[in-house]
Design a protein around this ligand. Structure first.
Ligand code: ADP
Ligand code: ZN
Ligand code: ZN
Length: 748
């Protein structure tokens, strides 16, 4: 039934508001459609939330504007809408903000006139025969280039570029090189034809190990909405379980959602999925353009069973019949959205979706989060079934962890960044055809500069943090890792006028330099946010390393995550201490997770691996648990500490973050909100802590304050939290202009 008047949700100011429009007779507009309308002369896209038989009282007799176009019919259905409502409630924010955050970027809100929504062309690649069979052109090709050409030659039709660089595993640089030589050509695919899947046979699943078979069996017989933790060291075959479980759902006509915390892990997972499921795979992450994200969303709406691979925001993909939701590396904090609101955790959203749709939730990790592990040992609404893969595939042992006590290195007069044991191990690497990964907690050249006379560090003018020294060749400059401010190298101290500075702390660039100086001939690549920019940055760098372009990969935290590099036999941590001593409730847990993940990089191939940890605190409990390799023992002791201290997850926290251009105004606003909340908070048996300046009290010129609410753990966490807080909009009204607020109901 078509209603003559429509209630449409539009963006107005920072929030959403419902406006009434006329339903034109020539457009079949329905609830859940995404439509284009005009608001104050501007084009907007909005969501139809209701149909009316009569216009609202106050609008009677007025001519209402009509809907101009349907951008997507049935963009949102009832189940999905109730997911959004539940997430909004849990995150203490509005449904509109949650919708805007969940839908593809740019879909809801004011529209730029140029955005047509037309799909981007699909590029295909075809070989070009050298003119007159000129053999010289093909003589000097690399092996990879030859392989690519013969791949194209043997294909029945032009091969889509996406597939060539995805499933077929060629890098873009190989394509570009051949294109440059005129040996291949790319063009837009003809609409309707080509561009799909290249009829290549799909890869067969591996025969399961007994432990994997047991896990699959448990998943097959799971009840609707049941959750599982698949706990297995890296290389134990977890991904194979995800793939085979997804295959079963696909065969039964149901979709699967495979989430990974980092965009850097997408290529590997995507390639494995494409080899297994071909064209049934759809990807969704921030590396895609807005148009591509919309296209992926639309494909899900079409309702065919799919395997969707993506990062955090993909948890909202509107898959028709989800049978399985997987969170790989479920402990990873990248699953938590910090800003903007809603501050949701993809694990919690996935749990809600599983409950709503009857899908099975599968959390995978080598180092499960404390909360997840606890859920395996308690009964209640979050009860999770534990599945274990105790051994690596092929029975390969986990690499032993060796400590290098840097105090002893100092005592022996060795004051270098690279300890002697590390040097010894790196020396033979190249000869043996092996590789190493080296973790350095910070990127850049030097962590900070301080004045030799007065000891003050050189700070960012916009943030309360020290500037990092970066270097390229002999050029040095300063950069802020928080706001990206760049400045020339300082020549005079802003405090005392002295011209002498002392650099402290080594970043990835400095470690590269030291390795080059001390070990001649060693080839080193750097893997951090500076070297992996762009859409294929991660993939390109890893491909070069895997192809043997370097012996050592030096990188930040992102190095530790999920990569499968069979020639790596050594994983080293240069300054473990920088990771150990952080003033954070989860510091120990996160540090051990990171170190164990890094350890998992070594010895994945034929040759055994080894882990080397340089530290000044070899007796630190985290280091002891790392050497001992018993993560479950760590969890048990950590759980007791938290229980004893009444900390999360034995209590609940909620953080209110305030930010504003002036410190005094921001602080006053935070204090006013604290006083406003105090009676209700205390009546509910909660505590109010603060307001206090945030750990980094100024970022990008905005001062930051916070207010912490602390309360008893919820009896039923699947329910909306019983936070003693008024709605966000009410709180916002009490704030002076310019002061922002974010509510994080489960801060990490
Ligand atoms: P994880 O996800 O736990 O790190 P993977 O699923 O990636 O483990 O498995 C590690 C390696 O072992 C991969 O190369 C994978 O192809 C291989 N593998 C996994 N399961 C099997 C199996 N049942 N038989 C043979 N090889 C397997
Ligand atoms: Zn000074
Ligand atoms: Zn800054």
């Amino acid at each position: 039934m078509l209603s003559p008047w429509l209630q449409i949700w539009l963006e107005a100011g920072r929030e959403g508001q419902v406006f009434t429009y006329a339903n034109p007779l020539d457009l079949p507009v329905g609830i859940g459609d995404l439509v284009q309308v005009r608001l104050q002369g501007r084009l907007h896209s909005g969501l139809v939330v209701d149909g009316l038989r009569q216009p609202p009282e106050e609008l009677r007799g007025r001519r209402l504007l009509p809907v101009e176009a349907i951008l997507q019919s049935a963009a949102v259905d009832g189940t999905w809408q109730s997911l959004i409502t539940a997430v909004a409630g849990h995150c203490h924010t509005s449904v509109f903000k949650t919708l805007k955050s969940a839908l593809p970027p740019g879909w809801l809100g004011q529209r730029r006139a140029s955005r047509t929504g037309a799909p981007r062309p699909i590029w295909v690649v075809e070989p070009v025969r050298p003119v007159g069979g000129d053999e010289r052109l093909t003589e000097r090709l690399t092996e990879r280039q030859r392989a690519l050409l013969s791949h194209l030659e043997s294909a029945a039709a032009p091969v889509p570029l996406r597939e060539l660089c995805g499933r077929a595993g060629f890098s873009r640089s190989v394509v570009q090189a051949l294109e440059g030589r005129g040996l291949l050509r790319r063009r837009a695919a003809r609409p309707g034809g080509e561009g799909g899947c290249s009829g290549e046979p799909l890869e067969a699943p591996q025969p399961l190990t007994p432990a994997q078979a047991q896990a699959i069996q448990a998943l097959e017989t799971a009840g609707p909405g049941q959750s599982f933790l698949l706990w297995g060291v890296t290389g134990a075959g977890k991904t194979e379980v995800y793939l085979q479980a997804a295959a079963r759902h696909l065969a039964a006509g149901r979709s699967s959602l495979l989430l990974t915390p980092e965009i850097g892990l997408i290529p590997q997972l995507l390639d494995r999925c494409r080899r297994r499921f071909g064209a049934a795979v759809v990807e969704y992450h921030s590396g895609l353009s807005e148009g591509e994200r919309v296209a992926a969303w639309r494909r899900c709406l079409e309702g065919e069973p799919l395997v969707a691979v993506g990062t955090r925001s993909a948890v909202f993909l509107p898959l028709g019949q989800p049978g399985l939701i997987v969170l790989d590396e479920e402990h990873d904090t990248s699953y938590k959205q910090e800003s903007p609101m809603p501050c949701y955790h993809a694990r919690e959203v996935a749990r809600l979706r599983a409950e709503q749709t009857g899908a099975v939730l599968l959390l995978g990790s080598a180092t499960p989060a404390l909360e997840t592990w606890l859920a395996c040992h308690t009964t209640g609404p979050r009860q999770t079934t534990l599945l274990r893969l105790r051994e690596r595939i092929g029975g390969r042992p986990l690499p032993p962890v060796r400590l290098v006590d840097m105090r002893q290195e100092l005592a022996a007069g060795h004051r270098r960044l690279l300890s002697r044991p590390l040097m010894t191990r790196l020396q033979g690497l190249q000869e043996r055809g092996e590789q190493a990964v080296v973790l350095v907690p910070r990127r850049g050249y030097r962590t900070f500069l301080s004045c030799r006379s007065c000891g003050e560090a050189v700070l960012c003018p916009h943030c309360d943090v020290a500037l990092t020294v970066h270097r390229s060749g002999s050029q040095e400059w300063l950069r802020c890792h928080w706001c990206d401010h760049r400045a020339e190298m300082q020549t005079r101290c802003g405090h005392c006028g002295s011209t002498a500075f002392k650099p402290f702390g080594a970043g990835t660039q400095r470690v590269m330099e030291q390795l080059g100086e001390e070990l001649e001939g060693l080839r080193v690549l750097r893997f951090d946010r500076d070297t992996t920019r762009g859409r294929d940055g991660h993939r390109r760098l890893l491909e070069r390393f895997a192809a043997g372009d370097a012996d050592v990969l030096v990188g930040t935290q992102m190095l530790a995550k999920g990569m499968d590099l069979p020639r790596v036999t050594l994983a080293a941590v240069l300054a473990a201490d920088g990771l150990l001593h952080r003033p954070d409730l989860r510091a120990s847990e996160q540090c051990l997770q990171l170190l164990l993940q890094l350890a998992g990089r070594a010895g994945r191939g034929e040759r055994p691996g080894e882990v080397l940890v340089q530290t000044y605190s070899p007796d630190h409990p985290v280091i002891r648990h790392l050497v001992d390799g018993r993560y479950d023992r760590f969890l048990a002791s950590e759980l007791e500490l938290r229980r004893h201290g009444g900390l999360v997850p034995f209590s609940r926290a909620c953080l209110l973050r305030f930010s504003g251009p002036q410190a005094s105004r921001t602080a006053t606003a935070a204090a006013a909100v604290a006083e406003l909340l105090r009676p209700a908070v205390e009546a509910a048996g909660w505590w109010l802590i603060g307001p206090a300046p945030a750990p980094v009290a100024r970022v990008a010129g905005r001062s930051r304050w916070q207010l912490l609410l602390h309360g008893p753990a919820e009896p039923d966490p699947s329910q909306s939290p019983c936070l003693p807080l008024p709605p966000e909009t009410i709180l916002r009204q009490t704030l002076p202009s310019g002061v922002g607020l974010a509510i994080d109901p489960d801060p990490i």
